[in-house]
Design a protein around this ligand. Sequence first.
Ligand SMILES: CC(C)(COP(=O)(O)OP(=O)(O)OC[C@H]1O[C@@H](n2cnc3c(N)ncnc32)[C@H](O)[C@@H]1OP(=O)(O)O)[C@@H](O)C(=O)NCCC(=O)NCCS
Length: 164
Amino acid sequence: MEVVQVREEEMPILAELANGIWHEYFPCILSEEQIDYMVEKFQSLKAMTEQIEKQGYEYYFLRDNEKNVGYMGIHPEEEKLFLSKLYVTKDNRGKGYSSNAFSFLEQYCREKGKKAIWLTVNKYNDHTIEVYRHRGFQVIKSQVSDIGNGYVMDDYVMEKEIQC
Ligand SMILES: CC(C)(COP(=O)(O)OP(=O)(O)OC[C@H]1O[C@@H](n2cnc3c(N)ncnc32)[C@H](O)[C@@H]1OP(=O)(O)O)[C@@H](O)C(=O)NCCC(=O)NCCS
């Protein structure tokens, strides 16, 4: 599997991939209305383009045999790397793609001198929390974030130290 940075002309493909995964996966945790709202606010073409151009985010496809099997979004900070998004398409889960993505991120941190990777995950996203724990992440706090329109994100913050 390759981890390939998304090019500007590929952004509509990324937005379509994100929209599909979010509407397939999150109905077990969030209402359809909240998913629509969050996709528009965080994962639409406009939102992700702004994150890249104005906030320093980077998006990557997880690609196998020229097929996009998932994507991730990261935000490098002064000392740590924020893993903002990591999603694998339904048919491709459980095949080791996220483990490859984490190996890529850990190498990225070593090369750029980042001391840790941190992320947020919905408190009821049990399987994903187990995968993160398996990879060495620990819950460091829980937080409820107001995202507007009467919605909140009810999350754990998880972090993994990276040895340089
Ligand atoms: C969570 C997600 C990204 C994991 O990706 P994946 O490609 O399916 O995961 P992998 O197949 O690479 O498995 C990752 C590791 O977790 C392990 N694992 C899987 N299920 C596990 C469980 N229940 N308990 C402990 N470890 C588990 C695997 O064995 C693998 O470890 P290994 O490489 O050491 O063998 C993916 O399932 C996904 O997109 N889920 C839906 C969306 C989502 O919740 N995204 C994250 C939002 S914060």
